[in-house]
Design a protein around this ligand. Structure first.
Ligand SMILES: [Zn+2]
Length: 364
């Protein structure tokens, strides 16, 4: 169906466009329906920048059609929540990359990592490529293939009797970043332990995942080179609760979250791109719940909305301009989400490549 739309963006600008064959076209072309969207607010979609479309670790994994079917179900759930852009930060297998071959109206735009990379014993058993230092660079190079645009390192993991230790040296991380960048991929790192964020920032890692103990100096260095931080607060709270708040690990997570609460608000001014990520805690499609967590931890409402919409599109290099020729991806809210962030949880209409995937335009 050919549609006519008015798009009012968060900067207050208003654009009239047609939607024809999945693309925006200039206004005035013949359409089947003019939609009265002038009073709504339009964004290119919500963005989940730390998801695992392959699912949770309790799921069976392996290179199977079942894995692909589960991945596609999760991708569809993301679309239905208005999440039209997803950065998938790794999985237990590479079958999830096959979702890139599926039609764009059945999944979000995807920026994906392949398998997790860590050192021996450095992650949930059986879910990562566990490699010695001398195999690291070849493994990174290997994981840049198959459509991956990210490489995911597991930067720390608890070791028996020693607590959480950083898995790689700064030099090893630095070389991994160089190899990934040569192949056109960015590098994300799981950083939950006290030293990992600082080592990773010094090593030039692109995106700090969790970053519980990130420091103000780290933010300055990361921001100066346009880096990103994805705190995944709902997931970090869940891990702390699971460990038990009085346990050694639970106390560590509590201290880390206190640190985030102290410095999160300053991150955008330091130049850091703060992003929202669901990880394994928030259901696929519900990244707005993580956006509310970012606000709970002190991020200003306009920065929260930016993190979960335009900021993520800009960071991932997704063309999201509402202009003729672009893919017709747009999500509407009937009120300004900056005045009430819970509005992010209630989009009224969403088009993905021109197809209605959120709400309905009703019958004529
Ligand atoms: Zn994760």
């Amino acid at each position: 169906m050919r549609l006519g739309l008015t798009l009012r963006t968060l900067d207050g600008a208003t654009t009239e466009l047609s939607v024809i064959d999945g693309h925006f076209r200039p206004p005035g072309e013949p359409v089947d329906r003019e939609l009265d969207t002038a009073g709504w607010w339009a964004v290119p979609g919500l963005a989940d920048c730390h998801a695992h479309l392959g699912g949770g670790y309790a799921d069976d994994h392996g290179d199977s059609d079942e894995t692909l079917a589960r991945t596609m179900a999760n991708a569809w759930a993301q679309l239905q929540g208005g999440v039209f852009l997803v950065a998938d930060k790794g999985g237990g297998d590479r079958v999830t990359l096959r979702v890139l071959d599926e039609p764009p109206t059945t999944r979000p735009e995807l920026h994906m990592a392949g398998r997790f990379i860590t050192n021996p014993g450095g992650y949930y058993a059986g879910f990562a490529r566990e490699v010695d230092q001398d195999e690291l660079l070849a493994t990174v190079r290997d994981e840049t293939g198959g459509g991956a645009t990210w490489v995911k390192l597991v930067g720390d993991w608890p070791r028996k009797g020693q607590g959480a230790l950083t898995n790689f040296t700064e030099e090893a991380m630095h070389q991994a970043v160089q190899v990934a960048h040569e192949s056109g991929c960015r590098v994300a790192i799981h950083a939950a332990a006290p030293d990992t964020s600082s080592v990773a920032v010094a090593a030039g890692i692109d995106s700090i995942e969790h970053g519980l103990f990130i420091t103000q100096d780290d933010l300055a260095a990361l921001g100066a080179r346009g880096g990103a931080w994805v705190p995944t607060l709902a997931a970090m709270e869940a891990v702390g609760n699971m460990l038990g708040l009085e346990s050694t690990g639970g106390k560590l997570f509590g201290r880390g979250l206190d640190n985030v609460r102290e410095i999160l608000a300053e991150a955008p001014a330091a130049g850091v791109t703060v992003l929202a990520g669901t990880d394994l805690e928030v259901p696929h499609g519900a990244v707005a719940a993580e956006a509310l967590k970012l606000a709970d931890y002190g991020l200003a409402p306009a920065d929260v909305v930016h993190a979960v919409t335009d900021g993520a599109y800009a960071y991932l290099g997704s063309d999201h301009s509402f202009s003729p020729g672009g893919h017709a991806d747009v999500l509407f809210f009937d009120a300004d989400p900056r005045t009430d962030l819970t509005i992010l949880q209630r989009p009224v209409l969403g088009l993905r490549h021109g197809e209605v995937v959120v709400g309905s335009i009703g019958a004529d």
